[in-house]
Design a protein around this ligand. Structure first.
Ligand SMILES: [Zn+2]
Length: 452
């Protein structure tokens, strides 16, 4: 049984108002009005070919693209304050949630990543959002938001066109995002330097585990270990990564910092690590076989094939690659348990749904932590385990059923960004996605389980 602790979702930062605009950049080059050099950021922007292109404030430009007015703005936030580790975390704090009262909900689409000279991190991520009017749903504009990471600051570039441009016009905006942003400063070692890796090990590993330190790098992971099984384990983690990418796709661009994995030789070393880093009682730490938190995954070497690894690797990727750390415990555990269980292992849970013996959705979606949902007074049974399986069957239904399957990408993006623990917005989002209320969704789910 996979058990983990999932860090609670941190809602979109409310302090956008603190976002400091930069000092005005050097004026547009006299040679080419489209080229803006922002020397203090080592960034050169080659703006889209807009009619009447002109500065509209500090690092802000305006112009016409056919019938569309286009506004481009660049802002920065200090990385230290906001704990930026990747361009994704910059976007998480970016204005993707900005909306005007007269606009409808304008949820950004799937997050895309671009490899290239975008900053200290040599890739950027962006989202595309269609802006619609609340009263009649008219499309009023198109917005791109791109996030990049420099050494000291994260930056985002917003690009808003109103009314929405033609597809040829949109292609020019995308061309700017793709090739018009060039950074020429220092680039980080995304595979971690020897120093960085060892410093992290010394900082976090318990004293009794620090001997026999080894580091193993794979395409996506940095395995810090004192176990002899590091290589076999690293290979297994890559298999987990490929499996997760196939089910929950994202742009797997180079340049992302390798995901750290702590692999201890013994369970005791792992429990000590966990108790100390999370400041929890050791007996609580002993309830887990591994856990993903912040950027890392930690476990001990026992069985590389244990499903706990793909379960936790899924949490790590949802938080650090997909930017989908919200939705609630049912969502987080559901997507992870769906990866770590076979169809047959979910049959008992599906049977309960079929017979109406499961925890009703309205109650289930509100459970703050499936792991802690066990009723310790109840004799026998494994309530938390049952809840994990129920969550996995729900994800299976939403992904594999004919009725819901084509909406699965939108489901992930929309629900994974909702703050955990609020049933209202969740119900609203599910109703918009599937066109039925919770009772209707539950009925479809039961029908799916009957034929499963
Ligand atoms: Zn979990």
């Amino acid at each position: 049984m996979s058990r983990c602790w999932k860090a609670s979702f941190v809602a979109l930062c409310a302090s956008l108002a603190q976002a400091g605009a930069l000092r005005p950049s050097l004026a547009l080059s006299t040679e080419d009005p489209r080229v803006a050099r922002i020397a203090e950021l080592a960034l050169t922007l080659t703006l889209p070919p807009l009619d009447g292109l002109s500065p509209a404030g500090a690092n802000r430009w305006r112009g016409q693209l056919g019938a569309s007015q286009v506004e481009i703005a660049l802002r920065t936030l200090p990385s230290e304050t906001y704990d930026f580790a990747e361009p994704e975390s910059v976007l998480d704090h970016g204005p993707s949630a900005w909306s005007k009262p007269e606009w409808q909900r304008n949820d950004p689409g799937t997050r895309r990543a671009l490899a290239g000279p975008f900053g200290y991190a040599s890739y950027a991520v962006y989202e595309r959002t269609e802006l619609q009017r609340r009263d009649d749903g008219t499309r009023v504009g198109l917005r791109f938001l791109l996030g990049g990471l420099l050494k000291e600051v994260g930056y985002w570039i917003t690009l808003e066109a109103s009314p929405p441009p033609t597809s040829a016009g949109e292609a020019q905006l995308v061309e700017f995002l793709t090739h018009g942003i060039v950074y020429d400063g220092e680039v980080r070692e995304h595979r971690w330097s020897e120093d960085e890796a060892y410093t992290r090990w010394l900082r976090d590993a318990p004293a009794e585990a620090r001997e026999d330190y080894k580091v193993i790098r794979t395409a996506h992971y940095l395995v810090l270990t004192n176990s002899d099984g590091g290589k076999a384990f690293a290979k297994k983690m890559e298999e987990c990564h490929a499996a997760i990418l196939a089910v929950y796709p994202f742009d797997d661009v180079p340049g992302r910092r390798l995901l750290p994995v702590f692999l201890f030789r013994t369970a005791d070393q792992y429990f000590d690590f966990y108790a100390r880093i999370a400041e929890i009682p050791r007996e609580d730490a002993e309830r887990s076989k591994g856990h993903a938190w912040r950027d890392y995954y930690a476990t001990w070497y026992e069985a590389p094939g244990d499903p706990v690894h793909v379960h936790e690797a899924t949490h790590q990727i949802f938080a650090n690659r997909l930017g989908l750390g919200g939705g609630g415990s049912w969502f987080q555990e559901g997507v992870a348990e769906y990866m770590s269980s076979k169809s047959g292992e979910r049959s008992a849970a599906a049977g309960q749904v079929k017979r109406g013996q499961h925890v009703a959705l309205a109650q289930f979606l509100a459970i703050p932590s499936l792991l802690m949902s066990s009723d310790k007074e109840a004799p026998g049974g494994d309530q938390a385990g049952d809840h994990y399986k129920q969550a996995a069957v729900l994800i299976e239904f939403l992904r594999e059923s004919k009725w819901a399957g084509d909406k699965f990408p939108a489901f992930l993006t929309r629900i994974g960004r909702l703050p955990s623990g609020k049933l209202g917005p969740l119900e609203e989002a599910l109703a918009e996605l599937y066109g039925v209320d919770l009772a209707g969704l539950e009925q479809r789910w039961a029908e799916y389980c009957k034929k499963r």
